[in-house]
Design a protein around this ligand. Structure first.
Ligand code: MOS
Length: 739
């Protein structure tokens, strides 16, 4: 299906093609593992086959006898490593657990050895010949397993308070209509096309790492601490990232091991973890359980919202998403009660993945709203309209802008919602039951400090440098466009360099902050250049050349240090140390308002009356996200988000062997993602919106907006088609046939 290039509307930039498009389609773009190094050795990971217990012995002789094997690294001979802090403790690590620390095994697929050899094949062969003996204990795999430990999240992580408002118990009891149901979402894995890889090269005491990363400064800082060397001695390079989705944001155990091996051998070492190893060495989206209670008046006015959340965790690290602070901000809820709990099991540490809290929490809430609408016999769009709000009721802070209902109106008109027969099972097309459903998409608008260096030459060429990352989203392009726009240049006059820790620090490419943060820093640098030149932003070539002549210089270089008004930080100093400082959404600092982007998604499902085969012939999404920097790349992001959402609803599901706490379908043959044959018509509508308060650029992040709510829209459509409500993702044929 071809994606038309949307013409720009009000408050939208030009839909230019990606700067790196040609390099990518011709194969000229070099990803981290493609970077040439001289005489590399190849590493191969060995991961545990048990989930809980101890290694009682190794027999390395057969592995070491494989021709070309250089080293077998285990906890017994691993050079020293220092621990680093987890993401939620102010660090940037996936886990505080040190790699190859001792004989303990705390999850299936844990790195227990790394083999280094002259060739990849020799290292892999040796990995199969390395004999390990274990003393196995019975693991707890998931919710309900014997041995899990349940904790109140707010007690373990005090900053994750449970949102509450008013007397929600009394409000629920006094409600004319109450909906009360439980929802569940599964384990999912990022599964970017590009595998997890690390290449390390030392030159004296200086280390270069080629690794796909969403956070080169965070990786540099974490690795420096692990190796006890100054961060300035480390350079992290990744010009291109082949998809990340949250799986490449944290420091994982492999990087330091590869660096140590390279130092010990005195030559570069390259590791490309296999697809199945990627399932246990770089995090995942953990499974969640929800109990949602909604109260309303007969007229459909919400009276109370209760949300109880359970998130599955490993034992080693306290990682949670929570997210009820977001869902509680969605509508005019006069009373809110919530509890978040973490459930500790013998599993690898989870991490953020594609709208981490919003996807599960909004699936639960937006399903519950549809169920309540059915009970009330009110159209689900109208129920949301009745409860629309321009403030966050929990914090009593207004939205900077909120175009939820304009999105509903645009998408429902394009979809033809008015032709819907509300009765479940009433719409049919031959052998297919037809269902129409809708739900709200949302994502907190967040921003981070960032530093950008811009150089403008007298001939009108410019260069921008920032250690931001393009994870496939179009960051190169919009950063270049921002320079062109600020300095009245053509995009082709701007060279963009990102993805390298020698550049000024950008933020972690997470939380959909890159565009707003990087472009705000770029704008500052450009404004400083214009001030030095004494010319206006729209000065032409002649005026610019004359200004350079006056100053008797050929080029001006300026660094923009951007710190958001809503940030806890006063300076950009923390960025250089790899600190994460993301602010925004429902609870930004310094009295900031509530900041979110919104959308509305409408889905048609067709379910075969006999086989229950599920198809999604069309989906329409309308989104409002402040300034749209580039309608072409934005269109791709929003379309991609809805396709993720279809995957989340119908395909993506990591199955677990609960006896062994082991992932079963750890490959792309059995871990299903939507492919071309699954995706038919995907329509993206961009609703113009102006918001000058969110950040200096006026842009809201869209990288994680469009896959929020999609699963609920599909579940709601499935109910409309069949009269059957599926409250556990993914929605599969067996669930529709049984029960
Ligand atoms: Mo993204 S899950 O915010 O790295």
């Amino acid at each position: 299906m071809s994606a038309p290039v949307p013409p720009p509307q009000a408050n939208m930039g030009q839909p230019i093609a990606r700067l790196e498009a040609r390099a990518k389609v011709t194969g000229a773009a070099r990803y981290a593992a493609d970077m040439p190094v001289t005489n590399p050795a190849f590493a191969y990971l060995v991961t545990s086959t048990i989930a809980r217990g101890r290694i009682t012995g190794f027999d390395e002789s057969a592995a070491r006898a494989v021709p070309g094997v250089l080293e077998v690294m285990t906890y017994r001979n691993r050079p020293p490593l220092q621990p680093i802090k987890h993401f939620l403790e102010g660090g940037s690590a996936l886990t505080g657990a040190v790699a190859l620390a001792d004989a303990n095994v705390t999850h299936e697929g844990q790195i227990v050895a790394m083999i280094i050899a002259e060739t990849f094949e020799a290292a892999r062969d040796a990995s199969h010949r390395l004999a390990l003996r274990y003393r196995r204990e019975s693991p707890a795999a998931t919710f309900g397993s014997r041995g899990v430990v349940v904790q109140r999240t707010a007690e373990v992580i005090p900053m994750r308070k449970d949102p509450s408002l008013g007397n929600a118990d009394a409000a629920l009891k006094g409600s004319a209509v109450v909906h009360d149901a439980e929802y569940a979402t599964p384990t999912q894995h990022h599964n970017a096309m590009e595998l997890y890889s690390t290449t390390a090269q030392w030159l004296g005491d200086e280390l270069t790492i080629y690794e796909p990363s969403q956070f080169v400064y965070g990786l540099r800082a974490g690795l420096a601490m692990q190796l006890s060397i100054p961060p300035e001695k480390i350079r992290i390079v990744n010009d291109f990232v082949g998809g990340a989705f949250g799986g490449k944001g944290a420091v994982t155990q492999r990087t330091a091991l590869v660096a140590l091996a390279s130092r010990a051998l005195g030559r570069p070492v390259k590791l490309v973890a296999t697809r199945d190893q990627g399932f246990t060495i770089s995090g995942h989206r953990h499974e969640t359980r929800h109990r949602v209670r909604l109260g309303a008046t007969r007229e459909g006015r919400f009276t109370a919202y209760h949300h109880d959340l359970w998130e599955l965790n490993g034992r080693s690290d306290a990682y949670v998403n929570t997210g009820i602070d977001n869902s509680a901000a969605m509508y005019a809820f006069p009373a809110v009660m919530s509890t978040a709990r973490m459930v500790r099991a013998d599993r690898d540490p989870p991490i953020f993945m594609r709208s981490p809290p919003e996807v599960p929490v909004m699936y639960a809430l937006e399903s519950a709203i549809d169920e309540l609408a059915f009970k009330l016999a009110i159209d689900p769009v109208e129920l949301r309209r009745i409860n629309d709000t321009q403030k966050n009721w929990v914090t009593d802070k207004a939205y900077t802008s909120r175009s939820l209902m304009p999105c509903y109106d645009a998408a429902s008109a394009a979809f033809g919602w008015k032709n819907r027969n509300p009765k479940p099972g009433a719409m049919r097309a031959g052998d297919w039951m037809v269902g129409w459903g809708c739900a709200t998409a949302t994502y907190p608008t967040q921003v981070s400090p960032a530093v950008a260096r811009v150089r403008l030459s007298a001939d009108g060429s410019a260069r921008v440098e920032i250690a931001a990352h393009d994870v496939g989203t179009g960051a190169y392009t919009v950063i270049g466009q921002m320079v062109a726009e600020c300095l009245a240049l053509r995009p082709a006059q701007v060279a963009v360099t990102i993805g390298d820790s020698v550049l000024p620090p950008g933020p972690v490419s997470g939380g959909s902050v890159t565009t707003a943060s990087a472009c705000s820093a770029v704008k500052l640098a450009c404004d400083q250049i214009l001030a030095k030149l004494g010319i206006a932003a729209d000065a032409g070539d002649k005026q610019r050349a004359a200004a350079f002549d006056r100053l008797k210089t050929g080029a001006i270089e300026e660094t923009g240090n951007f710190v958001p008004a809503s940030s806890e930080s006063k300076t950009t100093a923390g960025l250089y140390k790899g600190s994460v400082d993301i602010t925004g959404g429902p609870n930004a600092a310094n009295g900031a308002k509530t900041m979110f982007a919104f959308g509305a998604e409408f889905v048609e499902v067709r379910i075969h009356a006999r086989t229950r085969e599920i198809r999604v012939p069309r989906i329409v999404g309308a989104f409002a996200a402040g300034r749209i920097m580039n309608p072409r790349t934005a269109h791709s992001q929003l379309m991609g988000g809805m396709i993720w959402g279809i995957g989340s609803a119908l395909h993506e599901f990591t199955e677990i062997d609960v006896r062994e706490a082991r992932y079963i379908n750890d490959n792309l043959a059995e871990y299903l993602v939507p492919v071309n044959a699954d995706i038919r018509q995907v329509d993206v509508i961009m609703v113009p919106e102006v918001d000058n308060e969110v950040n200096p650029v006026g842009a809201k992040g869209i990288g994680e907006l469009a896959n929020v709510g999609t699963a609920a829209a599909i579940a709601n459509a499935v109910f409309h088609a069949t009269g059957k409500r599926i409250r556990e993702l993914p929605i599969t044929i067996d669930k529709l046939i049984m029960g």
